[in-house]
Write a protein that binds this ligand. Structure first.
Ligand code: EPZ
Length: 423
């Protein structure tokens, strides 16, 4: 196990580059299973969820050739199994994409029920609704999801999602790419990584239209060829760094951040009194702040609303804003565990179901805290950076799942943060 030791109270200054998007990479890599050729994928983040997927694909018989820290060549022509390793797949939520990819290409798949961060029940009924509509029989038994397409091949169908679901939208899109006929997904999620997956599939020969809107049309094709693709910058890492810049009263230029992806967060930072400047003619965002922050209210919503994955980091910034802020977490029922840790640092908050009421205090004080999930970990790092004194953050393996070398990025901006191995 590892921990971070953060010496707080120092503004972040300088420039930092955003890595490739985790939630695009964990869909695009399994999608490569559908390709009857060689895929070269670039701008892959060096995170543990990606490394895990490489191991899963390797075990299925794919040739995984690491080209450099951020690029890989995947050749899935010789795949010999549609039953990924239970032990590996159950560790992450995104393993559900193995279902859509294997079912779409081979007409069958047996995948462990997904794992992932614990914010309460995280069903996959909408994924199953889509596969069933396309002619698959899906059952859940013994910790596995079994899916079989009638007559060995999926057929295009119209699917209306009862819930705006990122995972279901991408999983159904993937499976539909090789189905017979056309699939239309209504009430689809619109996140940037959904557009990225559609662009990847189309670069391999698929026919996906409408990604980024709430209605996506996929005309099934016979096969996907090989090709090259570069993953978009990570919207949530960019947002985390923007919040860290404001929280430490610094001045940071975040290179690679796409302003159009950050509009909901940018609006809230401006409302609080931070300065946000978008790069002229380039993908970058500069965040400056004198630390004189007003309280604001946050309601998490599917894109383009305020991202639930930035709610936890944002709640820490609000913990020292002037006045009382109210957060309404509409996506998950239990995404406030980190606030208990912030209370240990002097934060004041009250939780009523999906509502958190945060009363601003003059400052936080460092102490030992424990991360409960990926974005809670990032939130605690921000708390350590802004607190007076030293903060020890345990369970940083959660952070490694979704942030590439976070401590190196922060150290390059002047943070005093060290990683220590603890037994
Ligand atoms: C993806 O999770 C992300 N994970 C999450 O990011 C992110 O928080 C979430 O989308 C929302 O943006 C990956 O992409 C691997 P959903 P996912 O399906 O697909 C309910 C991170 O920190 N729902 O959009 O699981 C569900 O319970 C992680 O990077 C159903 O009811 O999210 C939730 O309330 C954390 N039935 C809501 O929909 C379903 O079949 C949104 O979930 C599916 C979802």
């Amino acid at each position: 196990m590892n921990k971070y030791i953060v010496n707080g109270g120092r503004p972040l200054y300088g420039e930092v580059t955003v890595s490739g998007a985790k939630n695009a990479a964990v869909a695009i890599i399994p999608a490569a299973l559908m390709v009857d050729g060689v895929c070269r994928i670039e701008n892959i983040p060096q995170i543990s969820d990606v490394t895990l997927f490489f191991s899963i694909l390797d075990e299925l018989g794919a040739k995984v050739r690491i080209l450099n820290r951020h690029a890989v060549e995947l050749d899935c022509r010789a795949i010999r199994s549609t039953r990924p390793s239970y032990e590996l797949a159950r560790r992450i939520r995104a393993s559900y994409y193995l279902l859509g990819a294997l079912l779409g290409r081979f007409g069958e798949a047996t995948v462990a029920m997904p794992g992932g961060c614990d914010f309460g029940v995280r069903p996959i009924d909408q994924h199953i609704k889509g596969f069933t509509a396309m002619g698959a029989q899906v059952s859940v038994e013994g910790g596995y999801i079994n899916a079989r397409a009638k007559n060995g091949h999926l057929k295009g169908a119209n699917v209306y999602l009862d819930v705006v679901s990122v995972g279901a939208t991408m999983n159904i899109m993937m499976a539909a790419a090789l189905a017979e006929g056309t699939t239309i997904i209504e009430n689809a999620a619109r996140e940037p990584h959904i557009v990225d997956l559609a662009n990847f599939l189309n670069s391999m020969g698929a026919d996906v239209k409408g990604a980024g809107t709430d209605s996506i049309k996929i005309r099934g094709v016979k096969r996907l060829n090989g090709g090259s693709y570069a993953i978009i910058p990570d919207q949530i890492e960019a947002g985390t760094l923007m919040i860290a810049a404001a929280a430490t009263h610094g001045d940071v230029l975040i290179r690679g951040a796409l302003p159009t992806h950050m509009e909901a967060l940018t609006a809230k930072l401006l409302e609080m009194g931070a300065r946000v400047d978008e790069g002229v003619g380039e993908d970058s965002i500069r965040v400056r702040s004198d630390g004189n922050h007003r309280h604001v209210n946050i309601k998490t919503l599917p894109y383009p609303g305020f991202p639930t994955d930035l709610q936890q980091p944002m709640s820490v910034l609000l913990s020292t804003a002037r006045g009382t802020s109210i957060i309404n977490e509409t996506i998950y029922e239990m995404r406030y565990k980190h606030l208990e840790e912030i209370r240990h640092m002097g934060g004041i908050s009250q939780i009523n179901d999906r509502i958190a009421i945060i009363e601003g205090v003059p400052h936080l004080t460092g102490c030992a805290v424990t991360a409960s999930d990926l974005r809670a970990g990032a939130a605690l790092v921000i708390a350590g950076l802004m607190a007076e004194g030293v903060t020890d953050i345990y369970n940083v393996q959660y952070i490694d799942r979704g942030y590439e070398h976070l401590e190196d990025k922060l150290r390059s901006l002047g943070a005093k943060i060290e990683r220590l191995t603890v037994d």
